[in-house]
Design a protein around this ligand. Structure first.
Ligand code: PEP
Length: 252
């Protein structure tokens, strides 16, 4: 069956020393109830955190972004090949902050996904609707279009390398969380769309994480839902205590 996953997105926070200390603290906690912990760290921290994690245990490393291009004259960009060389195993693609603040649309996102997979990086693919779309009850159509435009050029085999993270934009960093029932409803819908495009096996193997103000106080209820396979956590992933509590929020 699919993995239960807690992924922490540090965004543009921490120095290398602070990030390495956070990773070291998490490494000592040995969460028992979750299958996989992923730390999505700033580019500058990747090698140091990889050394700290030492390729052992259940904690994996992710980058938060990558270039849509292979190599060459793209000053300031970081390629998939460079990321794979640091020890990163995953990369975030499609986070709403990249879509809205950096104008990343499906033509860019689909190229980023292809770059990642072609260099052996697994993808944490984020999608989700803004508040006006939710209020107009158009959220299912919105996420379906995102899947079709960004992701569904992949083969079923390639989909095995993808984790999906549903993150309603109105819940990211706002303190507002989707209710467990709202999360379950749209996660089940996303899984059904994956099944329609691919097959039941691909759909049931795909981990679908919820993101948007996940905290120790709400993680257990969210993760108890059958189609919520864990969380992508921003603010609450920046402290060992809160993130390790979230990592222990699976099961009864
Ligand atoms: C995120 O950045 O993906 C996120 C969900 O942030 P927060 O948990 O702070 O809402």
């Amino acid at each position: 069956m699919r993995d239960n996953i807690a992924a922490g997105n540090w965004k543009m926070n921490t120095t290398i020393a602070e990030g390495t200390a956070l990773a070291a603290g998490l490494r000592k906690t040995h969460p028992k109830s979750c299958d996989k912990v992923i730390l999505c760290v700033p580019y500058t921290h990747l090698s140091a955190v990889a050394t700290e994690l030492d390729g052992q245990g259940m904690i994996s490393l992710a980058a938060q972004n990558l270039s849509s291009e292979e190599s060459g004259a793209y000053t300031g960009e970081i390629s998939a090949r460079m990321l794979a060389d640091t020890g990163a195993e995953y990369v975030l693609v499609g986070h709403s902050e990249r879509r809205t603040l950096f104008n990343e649309d499906s033509s860019i996102l689909s190229k980023k996904i292809d770059q990642a997979l072609s260099h052996g990086l697994k993808v944490i693919y984020c999608l989700g609707e803004p508040l006006d779309i939710r209020e107009a009850n158009q959220h299912n159509a919105h996420v379906k279009a995102q899947l079709q435009d960004d992701l569904f050029h992949l083969s079923a085999d390639q989909m095995q390398q993808v984790i999906v993270a549903y993150e309603p934009i109105w819940a990211i960093g706002t303190g507002k969380t989707a209710t467990p029932d709202q999360a379950q409803e749209i996660h089940a819908y996303i899984r059904s769309i994956i099944q329609d495009k691919y097959d039941p096996n691909t759909a049931s193997q795909t981990s679908i994480l919820y993101g948007g103000s996940v905290k120790p106080a709400n993680a257990k209820e969210l993760f108890a839902k059958p189609d919520v396979d864990g969380g992508l956590v921003g603010g609450a992933s920046l402290k060992v205590d809160s993130f390790s509590a979230i990592c222990e929020s699976f099961g009864s």
